[in-house]
Design a protein around this ligand. Structure first.
Ligand code: NAP
Length: 248
């Protein structure tokens, strides 16, 4: 018996990285999976194949999470295909790093749209479904940077701080309908997002982490599993850090 037997999960940005690890973890625990990606079809196909190998139903949707209309259309399609939505993971995200004084409007807008507006779009579309079901768990991917800020990432940090405020507000609005909303704040996790950073910088960062290493996507997925499952039935409005004790 799995922790998510009979549940339907919708995960944004699960073609790669943390999203894919969450999709696989949920499928291993018995959930059927709907997931989105932006453009990387080959990676999305690989996620689909890995979930099918686990014997679970899975459908991948190519859709820009930053579009309000597309998010609503997609949630309608998932509801029609799967019949319900028990778990939403707002995971899709990008970086466009540079110092504030060099940042242009397009870098700010791209990150706020993909990271923060996307979470609003999907939460807004899914909440009525969960309200009718009188149950649901919404998990949104923040970051330690959203709590502490980071030089060179004012757009990203603002988007991740906004996700915390969105999530804690939804927890207060929707708790009476048995809808829980929580955030995960990962630290430095080994994925495509961090692999482009210079090796020297990666080593320097690792030294500042008490556990002395980058995290794995699967370690974030374990926290997501806790928040998705009934193990966290009395947990809402929280931010769980998954960062190896990283100080900030
Ligand atoms: P990643 O490996 O770069 O994967 C990003 C995923 O998001 C991909 O599936 C990508 O789809 C999708 N995506 C990006 N923009 C999208 C959009 N507009 N619409 C739909 N899908 C979109 O990133 P990751 O490291 O796994 O990060 C996942 C989440 O964790 C992000 O929100 C990130 O900010 C957060 N996080 C990561 C770290 C870290 O150290 N890695 C730390 C803290 C927080 P395509 O494959 O089609 O491009």
């Amino acid at each position: 018996m799995g922790l998510l037997d009979g549940k339907i999960a919708l995960i944004t940005g699960a073609s790669r990285g943390i999203g894919r690890a969450i999709a696989l973890k949920f499928a291993q625990e018995g959930a059927d999976i709907a997931f989105t990606y932006l453009s990387n079809k080959a990676a999305a196909d690989e996620t689909v194949a890995q979930i099918q190998a686990l014997g679970r139903k899975v459908v991948a949707y190519s859709s820009d999470a930053g579009s309000f209309d597309k998010a609503h259309e997609l949630v309608g399609a998932v509801q029609a295909e799967f019949g319900r939505i028990d778990i939403l993971v707002n995971n899709a995200g990008i970086t466009r790093d540079t110092l504030l004084m060099r940042m242009d409007e397009s870098q700010w807008d791209a990150v706020l749209n993909s990271n923060l507006k996307s979470a609003f779009n999907f939460t807004h579309a899914v909440v009525p479904i969960m309200a009718r079901q009188r149950s649901g768990s919404i998990i949104s991917m923040s970051s330690v940077v959203g709590v502490a800020g980071n030089a060179g990432q004012c757009n990203y940090a603002a988007s991740k701080a906004g996700i915390i405020a969105l999530s804690t507000s939804v927890a207060k609005e929707m708790g009476a309908r048995n809808i829980r909303a929580n955030c995960i704040a990962p630290g430095f996790i080994d994925t495509d997002m961090t692999s482009s950073l210079p090796e020297e910088l990666r080593k320097e960062w690792a030294k500042t982490i008490p556990l002395r290493r980058a995290g794995k996507a699967e370690e974030v997925a374990n926290v997501a599993l806790f928040l998705a499952s009934d193990l966290s039935s009395y947990v809402t409005g929280q931010v769980i850090h998954c960062c190896g004790g990283m100080s900030y």
